[in-house]
Design a protein around this ligand. Structure first.
Ligand SMILES: NC(=O)c1ccc[n+]([C@@H]2O[C@H](COP(=O)([O-])OP(=O)(O)OC[C@H]3O[C@@H](n4cnc5c(N)ncnc54)[C@H](OP(=O)(O)O)[C@@H]3O)[C@@H](O)[C@H]2O)c1
Length: 361
């Protein structure tokens, strides 16, 4: 029998869920043993449930084809078969909050892609290279929930992944004012061009709720743990516009930034390319070796050329130059359904396992 941790994917039939399925094929530590989704998919094999809506470019792994999809409301039935779950469901926020808490209370650790619990004070929202120390609030969360092994950890929104790591690597220079415009792929809405033909050759200057997330979530990552809760940082001030563009995968961000202590261009590039975090130190299976790459060519990063840098787990930066209004401007790119969603969550789960928060039952 495999000694891998048994994982269930709540929302495994959706865009992010399918990404989990492909990323976890042959994972050294985790094995997908269960998929749960809505009542529409429940009772069908995974293959039947996603028939005609498999959105990945690689084929569906054989190992999941015959799994019979459960309804995510069958909490006890799921709980008895898994060591932990990933969650990526498209439901009203209050329902997601309630179901994630039900799983935690059924002693199942939940690693979530959803936004519902991102501001729950004792739920850590983590990018493992940026704020792994926030995991310490899990102990307080367990006390509140009355659990021994169940808890919730979330990852931030996909939009912030293209610029927040870049700013984080420059923290010693005190970024204080940031203006960002994101150019976001349609897979961020769980869609392909076939399902969203209006997006072909089009731009839509609105993504519901995205600008507030893009402005606020980095501050929570840079927040401090105080009395068992995360208190968000107050700097830098970030203002953001989020634009949907006709790209399948890959969110780009154009960024302007002012610093307290303006670094040189060489200092910035050095800080970016030398940046390492705990996942690199621990050599976690999904950790990119080099989290950030800086591309010197004026026409990079490009979605088509660079979105899969480090298997979609790295961030590509370029176009760094001084600005005549701000100190500097640059462009960032990351894969929204890999680093920005399922891959980011897998890396969190690897960190949780490495630190003993998730164990076999
Ligand atoms: N796409 C991204 O890049 C991205 C990035 C970060 C975070 N997220 C977040 O991840 C979550 C999922 O996004 P997605 O793009 O994968 O969405 P999606 O493709 O629409 O998938 C939605 C999933 O939720 C399930 N679901 C829908 N209604 C349900 C219900 N009433 N009860 C139980 N399950 C239900 C669906 O099951 P059925 O197949 O049975 O309908 C499906 O498995 C969302 O919260 C989204 O905000 C997405």
């Amino acid at each position: 029998m495999s000694d891998k941790l048994r994982v269930g994917i709540l929302g495994g039939t959706g865009m992010v869920g399918q990404r989990f399925i492909t990323l976890l094929e042959n994972h050294p530590w985790f094995e997908v043993v269960l998929v749960a989704a809505s009542g529409r998919s429940a009772g069908r094999t995974y293959e039947e449930a996603v028939s005609g809506r498999w959105k990945m470019s690689i084929p569906m792994p054989e190992a999941v084809k015959k799994l019979v999809v459960l309804d995510i409301n069958e909490v006890e039935k799921v709980a008895e078969q898994v060591d932990f779950v990933f969650c990526a469901v498209n439901m009203p926020k209050d329902e997601i909050k309630a179901i994630e808490e039900k799983y935690a209370k059924a002693e199942v650790p939940v690693v979530s892609n959803n936004s519902a619990n991102r501001w729950t004070p004792d739920v850590p929202m983590v990018v493992p290279e940026i704020n792994p120390e926030h995991l310490e609030v899990i102990a307080d969360q367990k006390k509140r929930l009355g659990t021994k092994r169940g808890f919730i950890v979330v990852k931030p929104n996909c939009s912030i992944q293209s610029y927040t790591p870049a700013l984080n690597a420059l923290k010693e220079y005190g970024p204080k004012l940031v203006v960002v415009t994101t150019y976001q792929a349609i897979s961020g809405a769980g869609k392909t061009f076939k399902e969203w033909p209006e997006m072909v050759e089009n731009i839509i200057p609105y993504i519901g709720g995205e600008e507030e997330k893009s402005e606020q979530e980095p501050l929570r990552l840079w927040g401090k743990v105080e009395n068992g809760q995360i208190v968000k940082a107050i700097e830098p001030v970030i203002t953001c516009q989020c634009i949907r563009v006709p790209v399948l995968d890959g969110h780009t961000a154009a960024v302007f930034v002012n610093f307290d202590k303006k670094p040189t261009k060489e200092q910035i590039i050095k800080a970016w390319t030398e940046f390492k975090g705990l996942p690199q130190e621990l050599d976690l299976p999904s950790a990119p070796k080099y989290f950030i790459q800086y591309l010197e060519d004026d026409n990079r990063p490009q979605v088509k050329l660079d979105v899969n840098y480090e298997n979609g787990m790295g961030v590509s930066l370029g176009r760094l130059r001084e600005d005549n209004v701000f100190d500097y401007k640059f462009v960032g790119l990351s894969h929204n359904t890999v680093r920005g969603a399922a891959g980011g969550a897998v890396l969190i789960a690897e960190l949780l396992k490495a630190q003993g928060y998730i164990t076999a039952k």
